[in-house]
Design a protein around this ligand. Structure first.
Ligand SMILES: Cc1ncc(C[n+]2csc(CCOP(=O)(O)OP(=O)(O)O)c2C)c(N)n1
Length: 329
C-alpha cells in the first residue's frame, strides 16, 4: 500500500463517530448531553453500535436527512432502549462478532419509563454498556419533572408557588437500584471531568457483561443558565457533594472522586434559574436550602467524599488528578 492510500481500518479509527454542528447536530449551545455523547463515543472506539431511546439526544442528532452518527445507530422508542440493546447484543453474539453494543437514554428514559427494559437487560447479563445522560428532567418535551429532578427544582410540572417550593420529591437514587442487580461495573461521572468520563467508558467497554454509566449533563434551557457555563455548573454539582462521583463493582463501592474543598450547595444552586425561588426572603425557602445542604452533606458522609489532606500532585494544576486509581474534584 502506498503512502496516499488509507485502509478501511484506519478510516474507521480516524473518522469522528459523533459529528458536530457541520454534520447536522442541532443541540442547544452548551448542551451537556451533546458533549457527553461525543466523549463517550470517542472513548468507546470504532467497533460499537448504539440503541438510542427517544429524547433530546435522539432528536437533535437525526434531523432528516442528516445524521450525526458515524457508527451503526438505532432509534428505540422511549421505553425500550434496554430491550433493543439486548436484541442487538444477542444478534452480535449469534454472528460471532465482537462489536460492543451501547444503549443511550436520558433520565426520563432510564429512571422512569425505560427502567423495566433496563432492569431486564441487566438481570439477563447482556454484554451492553448502558449510558444515562442525566439532565434531570424530560427536556425534549418541555422540561417536565422526572424522578431524577432534584428536590425543590422548578420544572413546568413542578412550579414553585405559595404551597410548594418546586419539586416535592427526592431525586431517585438510581445507582443504588442498579447496584442491586450486582452487575460487574456501574459508575457516575460528569461532563466537568472529561478524563474521568473517558476513563470510565474505556473501563466499562472492556468488561464482558452489563455495565452502567450515569453522566451528569447540564441543560442550559431547562436549568436556566448560560450555555457557556455548563462545565462550571456541572463542576459545582460535584464540588458541593450534590452529585457524587462514585464507582461500584458487583454492587460494592470501589472508588470515589474526593472533593478537595467542599463548597456550600448555594454556590451550585444560585447558578441556575430553576432554583431561583429558593433565594426569596421566605422561611420556606430557607428551610428548603437547609434540606438541600443536608442532602449534599449526606452524600459526602455516606461516600466519604471529603479529602482529608491536599493532593500531593496538586501542583500539576490539573482539574482531575489520577492518584492511586482516584481522580479529584
Ligand atoms: C411512551 C411515550 N411517552 C411519552 C413520550 C414523549 N416523550 C418523548 S421524549 C420525552 C422526554 C425525554 O426525556 P428524557 O429521557 O429525560 O430525555 P431528554 O429529552 O431530557 O434528554 C417524552 C416524554 C414518548 N415518546 N413515548
Amino acid at each position: 500500500m502506498n503512502e496516499t492510500t488509507i485502509s478501511m481500518h484506519e478510516l474507521r479509527e480516524k473518522q469522528p463517530r459523533f459529528r458536530g454542528m457541520e454534520a447536522g447536530h442541532r443541540a442547544c449551545l452548551g448542551c451537556g448531553q451533546a458533549l457527553a455523547a461525543r466523549l463517550v463515543t470517542e472513548a468507546a472506539g470504532p467497533d460499537i453500535m448504539i440503541a438510542n431511546a427517544t429524547g433530546c439526544l435522539e432528536v437533535f442528532t437525526t434531523p432528516w436527512p442528516e445524521s450525526t452518527w458515524r457508527v451503526p445507530w438505532m432509534h428505540s422508542v422511549f421505553e425500550n432502549a434496554g430491550a433493543i440493546a439486548s436484541g442487538m447484543e444477542s444478534a452480535m453474539k449469534v454472528q460471532g462478532k465482537s462489536t460492543k453494543v451501547l444503549a443511550f437514554a436520558g433520565d426520563g428514559g432510564t429512571f422512569d419509563i425505560g427502567f423495566q427494559a433496563l432492569s431486564g437487560m441487566l438481570e439477563r447479563e447482556h454484554n451492553v454498556l448502558y449510558v444515562c445522560y442525566d439532565n434531570e428532567a424530560y427536556m425534549n418535551t418541555g422540561i417536565q419533572r422526572s424522578s431524577s429532578t432534584p428536590h425543590a427544582a422548578k420544572t413546568t410540572t413542578s412550579p414553585p408557588g405559595r404551597e410548594r417550593m418546586g419539586k416535592r420529591h427526592l431525586k431517585k437514587d438510581i445507582l443504588s437500584i442498579i447496584a442491586s442487580h450486582h452487575i460487574p461495573y456501574a459508575a457516575t461521572t460528569s461532563i466537568a471531568y472529561p478524563a474521568d468520563l473517558r476513563h470510565k467508558v474505556r473501563q466499562a467497554i472492556t468488561i464482558e457483561g452489563p455495565t452502567f454509566l450515569h453522566i451528569h449533563a447540564p441543560c442550559p434551557l431547562g436549568w436556566g443558565h448560560e450555555g457557556a457555563l455548563s462545565i462550571e455548573v456541572a463542576r459545582l454539582a460535584v464540588q458541593t457533594g450534590f452529585f457524587p462521583i462514585i464507582e461500584l463493582e458487583r454492587g460494592q463501592l470501589v472508588g470515589v472522586m474526593p472533593i478537595r474543598q467542599v463548597r456550600p450547595v448555594t454556590d451550585y444552586l444560585k447558578t441556575q434559574a430553576r432554583f431561583r425561588h429558593l433565594f426569596r426572603d421566605d422561611p420556606k425557602a430557607k428551610e428548603e436550602l437547609e434540606h438541600l445542604q443536608a442532602l449534599a452533606d449526606h452524600n459526602i458522609e455516606v461516600y466519604g467524599l471529603r479529602a482529608d489532606h491536599p493532593d500531593p500532585m496538586d501542583s500539576e494544576g490539573a482539574d482531575t488528578v489520577k492518584r492511586g486509581g482516584l481522580r479529584w474534584a
